[in-house]
Design a protein around this ligand. Structure first.
Ligand code: KIV
Length: 271
């Protein structure tokens, strides 16, 4: 029987066992109780309380504005809904870069106040000190390399990263460093599939891809993109399983029409 079917609760150890048995890991984002309930009941392995909440929940253009307090609120809502999945919460921009004491305080706050099981942080060597300090407090850390949306103003665009040798080499070195430090997994975002394959083969920890091809240990998507709630976001790597924007809009139009035409509520829908 697959590890996925056997376990009642997904832990970082379960994820390692899945990598070593060649069993793919499925991860999605969640920011609220109701959505997290559905995804957890469906059997998702990891729920990421992503700072993409800044985009899809709050309507910001980037992930930079979301605060630690807001991430804690989202993570609390997700944790309340979950029976089985591992819940990973993003540390938001400004809560860990350049100051390892602040990084540790941020990680402890999010773990203590939300009940999340791990944190995710963007970056390699440049945030080594912060990762070390958080890990030394017993907080599991998921790394994030490749396209790092918190550094969008440094990159300038959301296009594929590490196409050139120099950046690819740095990414491999950063992945090896994150593994050596003790990160339990790494997200690779929007990099060439062959490079992601190299990283997955060179590391023992699970490598989760988004726009990083099929040769990694698992996949993650933003749930609102996967369900077609974000209508206009259509990168090549995204597979849409529903067109919920259209379906919800149609349902809303039918409701409006029923109210206006006095069809709703009918005789059975009243006391
Ligand atoms: O915030 C997020 O949703 C993420 C995923 C894109 C991996 O970091």
């Amino acid at each position: 029987m697959s590890v996925h079917k056997q376990v009642k609760k997904v832990t970082t150890h379960v994820l390692h066992a899945m990598k070593h048995r060649g069993e793919k890991i499925a991860m999605l984002t969640a920011y609220d109780f109701s959505m997290a309930r559905i995804l957890d009941a469906a059997g998702i392995d990891i729920l990421l309380v992503g700072d993409s909440a800044s985009n899809v929940m709050a309507g910001h253009e980037t992930t930079l504005p979301i605060t630690l307090d807001q991430m804690i609120y989202h993570a609390q809502s997700v944790v309340r809904a979950v029976d089985r999945a591992l819940v990973v919460a993003d540390l938001p921009f400004g809560s860990y870069q350049g100051n390892s004491k602040r990084a540790l305080d941020s990680a402890i706050r999010i773990m203590k106040e939300s009940g999340a099981h791990a944190v995710k942080m963007e970056g390699g060597a440049e945030i080594e000190e912060s990762i070390r300090r958080i890990l030394s407090a017993g907080v599991p850390v998921m790394g994030h390399l490749g396209l790092m949306p918190q550094s969008i103003y440094k990159f300038g665009t959301y296009t594929v990263r590490a196409k050139e040798d120099e950046e690819a080499q740095k990414l491999i070195e950063d992945a090896m460093l994150l593994e050596k430090l003790g990160c339990f997994a790494i997200v690779l975002e929007k990099i060439p599939a062959e490079l992601a394959k190299k990283v997955a083969e060179a590391t023992k920890i699970p490598i989760i891809g988004i726009g990083a091809g099929p040769h990694v240990d698992g996949q993650v998507l933003v749930t609102h993109d996967m369900l077609g709630i974000t209508k206009d976001f259509k990168p090549r790597f995204l597979r849409r399983y529903l067109e919920l924007f259209d379906e919800m809009q149609n349902a809303t139009k039918r409701y409006i029409n029923d109210v206006k035409t006095k069809d709703f509520p009918n005789d059975r829908e009243q006391y």
